[in-house]
Design a protein around this ligand. Sequence first.
Ligand SMILES: Nc1nc2c(c(=O)[nH]1)N[C@H]1C(S)=C(S)[C@@H](COP(=O)(O)OP(=O)(O)OC[C@H]3O[C@@H](n4cnc5c(=O)[nH]c(N)nc54)[C@H](O)[C@@H]3O)O[C@H]1N2
Ligand SMILES: Nc1nc2c(c(=O)[nH]1)N[C@H]1C(S)=C(S)[C@@H](COP(=O)(O)OP(=O)(O)OC[C@H]3O[C@@H](n4cnc5c(=O)[nH]c(N)nc54)[C@H](O)[C@@H]3O)O[C@H]1N2
Ligand SMILES: [Mo]
Length: 669
Amino acid sequence: MTKGGLCVKLKNFADHHYHPDRLLHPLKRVGPKGSGQFARVSWDEALETIRSEWSKIVREYGPEAIMPHAYLGHQGTINGLTSGDAFFNRLGSTIAEKTYCESGSSTAWLMTVGPTGGLDVESLAHAKYIIVWGMNMVNTNLHAWPFILEARSKGAKVVVIDPVRSKTAKQADWHIAIRPGTDGALALGMMNVMMCEEDLIDHDYVEQYTLGYEELKARAAEFPPERVEKITGIPADDIRSLAREYATTQPSAIRQGVALERSPGGGDAIRLITMLPALTGAWRYVGGGTVEMPIWEFPFNFDFMCRPDWIRPGARVVNELDLGAALTGEMGLLPPIQSLFVYNSNPVSQAPDATKIEKGLLRDDLFMVVSELFITDTAKYADIILPAAMQGEVIDLMVTWGHLYASLNQPAIPPPGECVSNSELFRRLARTMGFNEPHFALTDEEMLIGSYHWDASQFEGITLERLKELGWMRLNVGLPHERAPHAEGNFRTPSGKCEFKSSLAASGNFVAEVWRSGYTSMQPGNFVDPVPTFIPPGESRQDSPDQATRFPLNLLSSKAHAFLNSQYGNEPLQQKRQGEQVIVINPADATSRGISAGSYVKVFNDRGEFEAKAQLSEDVTAGLIMTNVGHWPGHNRRGSAVNATTAPRHCNLGNAGVFSDNLVEICAI
Ligand SMILES: Nc1nc2c(c(=O)[nH]1)N[C@H]1C(S)=C(S)[C@@H](COP(=O)(O)OP(=O)(O)OC[C@H]3O[C@@H](n4cnc5c(=O)[nH]c(N)nc54)[C@H](O)[C@@H]3O)O[C@H]1N2
Ligand SMILES: Nc1nc2c(c(=O)[nH]1)N[C@H]1C(S)=C(S)[C@@H](COP(=O)(O)OP(=O)(O)OC[C@H]3O[C@@H](n4cnc5c(=O)[nH]c(N)nc54)[C@H](O)[C@@H]3O)O[C@H]1N2
Ligand SMILES: [Mo]
């Protein structure tokens, strides 16, 4: 897939394995909370401490007083996103809803086209018009870029829609600078041109393979380009040109980025964008259509992985993005969270409202366990730390975010010291807690076998044995130069059509089950409009003018080029490559605040603050500033980073985070 190329962030992968700071043995806290003073203990002592503390908590408060917290540290099938779910469901703990990323996008995608992989990024080579929408592809999805370059060498036009003139935008034929959180309005404006002003619709396709055209047209009629210009900041005539070019240059393709979900209306924006190729019939062509996350072609057996059958009826669900409020008591949880078990995640760096999380983690009555590779800003607060194995040390089948291959990760070296994989961690914890179910005695390979429906058509010809020989295999979903998965409809929604009017919406808001430990919540009363619309940002100069008088700048936080979220942020060569935490600011905004290039500034709002070095650039328009997420707060000046300022609110679908919806002020220091 990468044609032999390696992401910059993985250039020093071997150094990472042999990093002198790597945790090799269990530790227990010996100083005050958060002091970072630990002493080595045996695995037996660590597990016995967990057993006795948890037993006490369960006796006094019940098992829901224990909460896991996990996300994307490991990206494999048995050590990644769903690892540990079965254990915690069996324990009866609070269910942690894991919606840091993709839950909004995927919920929108599933509502509109169903669990399909969509357009293969390799097929982009055959497209004539390509929109990269809310994604800094050159940074975060580099393996797809060569296919775009190939298309362009054959004459394709490349458009990037991004508030920032990102690395990717700089390489585009056309950069459309949109106000953050207004992508839904732009999609509706394009639809207005296509459906109302001009007739640029493939009526035959719409007739056969879609549901709710008239309702969508009525919605689009509310969004003429002149109105959309006011919302998005994009000139009306540019909206017209974009709609016309996109609809009439086939095959046209849209690569959607996760940034689209990071605003209050992100879910509906993604539904609207996902509908565009059905309106124009772009799905008819190889290289036409849209792609969000093709993971849906993997035939997971979530029931096996997560064991939702062990969830007690009415079990409590707490969203991980609300961790601060959950820990400090602000949420008023009964029973309160008395123990937090963190693995595969680094919330002090990656979760919103991090200042409040740190306050919660200082609670003396909170028993905190962390399974980690390093003493991160989060692990620093633990009572017990358990050493984890790295990806190069354990077997797993890697799931994909941007292609259609199954890759078997086979251990290159054994784990050092007393490090264990997440799968082994939960085997040990289950034994410690006396859980005798056969599930907890499965070997890694047995878990891998159980985690997939190997007889599914996508896995035809694929076996664990063949993967061991070959390393990777393409899913059986058609070849990139032939694949047109929805040329004849075949959407995987309840109606089998692309749903402009969602039949799932009628059942209320829902979070796609993978983010919920296999627990699907169809909460009545949490109503989603069956026909998507534009939902304005929560924090912006246009939408919250009062707040904007104190905090007039909208702060975006993109992924760092040299880090993977916060991973590799402690790797000296990677740090050198990334440089220190900077804040990119328009010269006009800098001058009016007396900020000069290269000076340090404080970025702040009511939630918190961090410091960064000012970089003056026209890459951001006045009113917008940008920084990167992933620098370790503890390595920054004053020990904090961007998430000290971000808000723990949710996008309208999938309870995703709204990291782009953030007003701040900055000042020279
Ligand atoms: N190097 C590197 N690669 C990574 C990662 C990493 O940490 N480092 N992380 C991985 C992960 S977990 C993920 S989820 C992906 C995410 O990868 P992407 O989908 O690319 O997401 P981001 O980097 O958050 O943002 C991409 C662009 O969206 C823009 N943006 C922000 N808000 C909006 C908005 O409201 N509308 C529009 N149109 N654009 C907006 C930003 O300016 C930015 O240029 O990257 C993955 N790849
Ligand atoms: N401001 C802002 N915040 C964001 C985002 C943003 O764009 N802006 N993006 C969000 C997104 S898209 C994502 S995906 C999240 C990511 O949030 P996280 O998943 O919390 O991010 P990571 O920094 O990768 O942290 C994973 C931790 O797991 C550890 N780890 C790695 N492998 C293993 C393992 O095998 N076992 C165990 N036990 N631990 C392991 C790593 O050392 C690391 O400390 O961040 C979100 N936060
Ligand atoms: Mo992510």
